[in-house]
Design a binder for this molecule. Structure first.
Ligand SMILES: Nc1ncnc2c1ncn2[C@@H]1O[C@H](COP(=O)(O)OP(=O)(O)OP(=O)(O)O)[C@@H](O)[C@H]1O
Ligand SMILES: [Mg+2]
Length: 289
């Protein structure tokens, strides 16, 4: 353990001969250390791939399991700027936000190292096609919804300047072994060069979750995150992804089904249909978002 920690440089230490200001929690990993940890970034260790690059499961020398995110848009950012941005993110600590363990900025490589979350993402476990043994009863769903709300409120209200996530969605909600939700990818938009585009859309967000004013005008405010959170709540309530092109055309977009769900959740019908109180109140809340 001690040996491993000595292999990493503290962010406060010298990088290219200059001291980088800021926090002291992020460790700088060498590229070879991360290559070894992920078995040369092998396919077997690949957890997934998103707009920023691929994510690999890794085992550090001290046996800690981590998630290693290799940023694909080769940042034009200098090492100093990269570390300065990361320092801002790493100083943020909250139960419902993912923890950044460290990073690597060697040559063209820009890599982020996060805590590994045992239960993958909400997209995978609640909405995914594969089998998941997790039972998402209403208690669990409420815990996840409330946890995400706490994490988002922290980013919006407790950080100065506030962080607008821009990409709240099921795959960015990771679940630990106790199913505590952790918002991931916050602050990442700032790490990409201005000309780099996210694969999903031309703005930094994902189709289906974008607030209309953000999608049309590119206006980003806290409210655009709240809108995406509302879509996420609908997914948590319904247990289905906001877009499913295997369904009949008129059923494909969850938001287009909102009016019929709204009817289901009106108090009287709720009683008649014996829907749980939790499901109806969560659905109503999501419409208000
Ligand atoms: N810390 C982590 N622990 C466990 N699995 C993770 C972790 N981070 C990411 N993953 C897995 O890797 C997948 C890819 O993550 P990534 O953030 O790159 O893409 P995404 O969330 O699908 O899309 P986007 O780039 O738009 O955020 C996630 O869906 C999740 O399954
Ligand atoms: Mg993500």
């Amino acid at each position: 353990m001690a040996c491993c920690l000595m292999c990493r440089k503290d962010i406060k230490q010298t990088i290219e001969g200059e001291e980088v200001p800021g926090g002291n929690k992020v460790k700088a990993f060498s590229y070879s250390e991360l290559r070894k940890a992920t078995h040369d970034f092998s396919g077997a260790n690949k957890l997934g791939e998103g707009g920023f690059g691929s994510v690999f499961r890794g085992r550090l020398k001290d046996a800690t399991i981590v998630a290693v995110k290799v940023l694909s848009a080769h940042s034009k950012q200098g090492i100093r700027e990269f570390f300065t941005e990361l320092t801002a993110i790493s100083d943020i600590v909250h139960e419902n936000l993912i923890t950044l363990v460290g990073c690597c900025a060697e040559g063209p490589h820009r890599i982020l190292v996060y805590n590994y979350l045992e239960n993958n993402s909400l997209a995978h476990t609640l909405l995914g096609k594969g089998y998941s043994s997790i039972r998402f009863n209403w208690r669990v769903r409420v815990k996840i919804a409330v946890g995400v709300a706490h994490g988002l409120a922290f980013l919006h209200e407790e950080i100065h300047p506030p962080i607008i996530h821009r990409d709240i969605k099921a795959s960015n909600i990771l679940l630990d072994k106790d199913l505590t939700p952790k918002i991931s990818d916050f602050g990442l938009a700032r790490l990409l060069p201005p000309n780099a585009t996210h694969v999903s859309t031309r703005v930094a967000g994902t189709i289906g979750y974008l607030a209309p004013e953000y999608a049309v005008r590119g206006q980003v405010t806290k409210k655009s995150d709240i809108y995406s959170f509302g879509v996420l709540l609908l997914e948590i309530v319904s247990g289905r992804c906001n877009h499913n092109n295997r369904l009949p055309y008129e059923d494909q977009f969850l938001l287009e089904r909102v009016s019929s769900i709204a009817i289901l959740c009106s108090p009287n019908l709720c009683f008649i249909l014996r829907l749980s109180c939790d499901s109806s109140s969560m659905a109503r809340l999501s419409f208000r978002c």
